[in-house]
Design a protein around this ligand. Sequence first.
Ligand code: BGC
Ligand code: BGC
Length: 850
Amino acid sequence: MIVKHTQFSHSLWRLPLAATASLMMIAGCSQSDSHTATTSQNDPTIWPVLNNPVQADPAMEQAIDELLAKMTLEQKIAQMIQPEIRDITVEDMRTYGFGSYLNGGGAFPNDDKYATPADWIALAESMYQASMDDSINGISIPTMWGTDAVHGHNNVIGATIFPHNIGLGAANNPDLIERIAEVTAREVMATGIDWVFAPTVAVARDPRWGRTYESYSEDPEIVREYAAAIVTGLQGAADADFLSDRRVISTVKHFVGDGGTTDGIDQGDAQVSEQELFDIHAQGYVGGLNAGAQTVMATFNSWNGKKIHGDHYLMTEVLKERMGFDGFIVGDWNGHGQIPGCTNADCPQAALAGLDIYMVPTDAWKPLYYNLIEQVQSGVIPESRIDDAVRRILRVKKRAGLFDKPSPANRPLAGRLELIGAAEHREVAREAVRQSLVLLKNNDQLLPLDPTQHLLVTGPGADNIGQQSGGWTISWQGTGNTNDDFPGGTSIYGGIARQVAAAGGSVELSEDGSYQQRPDVAIVVFGEEPYAEGNGDIDNLEYQRGNKTDLALLQQLQAEGIPVVSLFISGRPMWVNPELNASDAFAAIWLPGSEGEGVADVILRDADGTIQYDFRGSLTFSWPATPQQAVVNRFDRDYQPLLPYGFGLRYGDTNVLDAELPVVMTQDETLSDMVVFERAPRSPWQLFLHSGEQSTAVTSSVQELPGLSSRTFDRLVQEDARRFVFAGGQMARFSFISAFPRDLRGYGEANSRLVVELKRQGTVPDEVWLGMHCNDACEGAVNIAPQLQAQADEEWVHLDVPLHCLQQQGSSLQQVFSAMYLETEGALTLSVADVRIVAGDPAAGNASCQ
Ligand code: BGC
Ligand code: BGC
């Protein structure tokens, strides 16, 4: 076999993650539009009429009407455009007068991670002044700034970082939640920001989903209650304190069904009935909107095949008309571009369906703005729809007092830098940590520990505030942070060390389990590395599959006869039977955030033997009994998790887990084939063309780059196949790419194959590479030219490549960005009818790679 030596110009298709994600969103026009609005099956009466505590005020409505009457179409459209701070200048704000703007995860003033609170205020102030300045028509409409303060004001260095939602769920304490939201609002106000994109009220049904930790529970009960508490804490109760100068606007997100997608795929499809959509996935809206939440964020996912950003039924008929929501709906990060027929820059469909604000980061904001203006002028979008959207936006601004409040730098909490990470705020976070810990195992009452002993604190998470904080922490993914990025924060080790020293005991820290003096007990802190959104999607719940370094550490200590306490950091319940077996005590500590000393408060007793704080957390996610048991939820008919919803030991309770839990797993579910292309690319895969330095998402039936073109044609049914023409002379490829890498290890273990149905037309060059592309520039490809050459012209064949052959060539299956690509430098015409990963038999041996 020839080894692939060609070097494609990778600069474009090997895009940084966020760029890939935004490119993907340009793509998204090929899904079928199966669920049409207001089909006969839809039943709006399933949805309740809201008991909105904030009623429309006739005087305010009249003022809004008067303002609207004076606004130009351009001013109105600008209210509906929300660009990102990395893509606009203050001068753009002055010229266009955007209704709002955002900073995405990991976006800071001046692109400076270490921007100070003063820098944040300075940006808020100049954007505000620009929006108020030089008003066309003598109208000044204050802009507003939205941010993802999803576990504290997490983009700002030095802010208090609270446990992620999954841990707060375990605390089961709405009062605490309200106080957390109140504190978050204060820290946000201190930086001059008006609006927070929280709470996430997803009910994550399948913890393979990378956003599981943003969910309070797999069950709607706590989510509904918490949504109300968070909204009240952020916005204030619907009284004199409502959106007062201590409060921020809140967003309940992502409407709706984000936690219900098939296989837990981020931005995937929730295939559920309308009743289930409401009963399970919409309860947070009932709680949050009845507490007066002023904004709702539309979700990336689809409901039964239809993207919700384009769903008139759910956004307009249900949320606005039936439920009576009178605030506005903001889109998610170029989510409108995923509606079939839309691009990020051109999408009247979203406004028509009921979206009020387009979240449009990247430079797509400008063409989108002009396109929307043109679409109103040409009658594609009725002006009444625009007026409705703008009326809603102005209503929220009026309710938030933005027309009357002083400018961001002059508000009462603005610039009160002592509020960022204030001691009393950290105290609330530490309390939340204490309450969120869930004790799964406690052999012989090993916990609480005597702090006068000699303790070893070890494991990769022991002294690692970044890891214990997870995603959405300073950076979007939560990666790249050191303890120095958390001034005022405490690692888990830091908290233990302080308390043990005070009690007269001693502590040693090591990452690898080594020690100077034999410890009385070892505390091992380990777990998931940070991730956000689809980057956290996995295909099976086994912890450290194929790479059990933490288990080895536990077993090493166990073999030395040292009692082991495991503290497991994770954004979801995981299959950890081997780690449980190797631990005397085991607590799920989720993603506790910056106040790691809350852990010591619970696991250490006082020197005199009294318990400081008992465990009080209970699982709000069922704990899996097998790696494959991803969809196991409270109230399931055949409910057999390892540990049920609500489980959590208290001190003195007897163990319920067997000392030796089963670790040899039988594959209890057969893998189904993963379809990549069948008539059209299947979610999450999207088709891209790459040629030389250029790349494009395939969004129409005919698409062309210099050197490579693609068009659909009819094979068995209309447009079910695609022909690709490589002109030759430069390296070109087509590929099926996912916005987020997919974990295909399960397919690898099951001896699966990449199967492509194709035919050649005409001659074939000597090198045609068929491959997979993974994260960190890894790829594996095989030369299929010999097979193509051997095949008859114009004859459909199935090309079958065992995944292990691609692995042999360098592909890792853990983070696959491109499930299949085909690349050549020669001239080639080739048609593709079907691409899939066909699940094999784990028991079968590896097929040969020719
Ligand atoms: C942004 C995030 C956003 C993500 C979506 C990132 O670059 O910072 O806020 O959610 O892209 O793709
Ligand atoms: C996320 C949202 C977030 C937005 C802005 C999106 O990618 O899905 O939750 O609010 O980015 O950062």
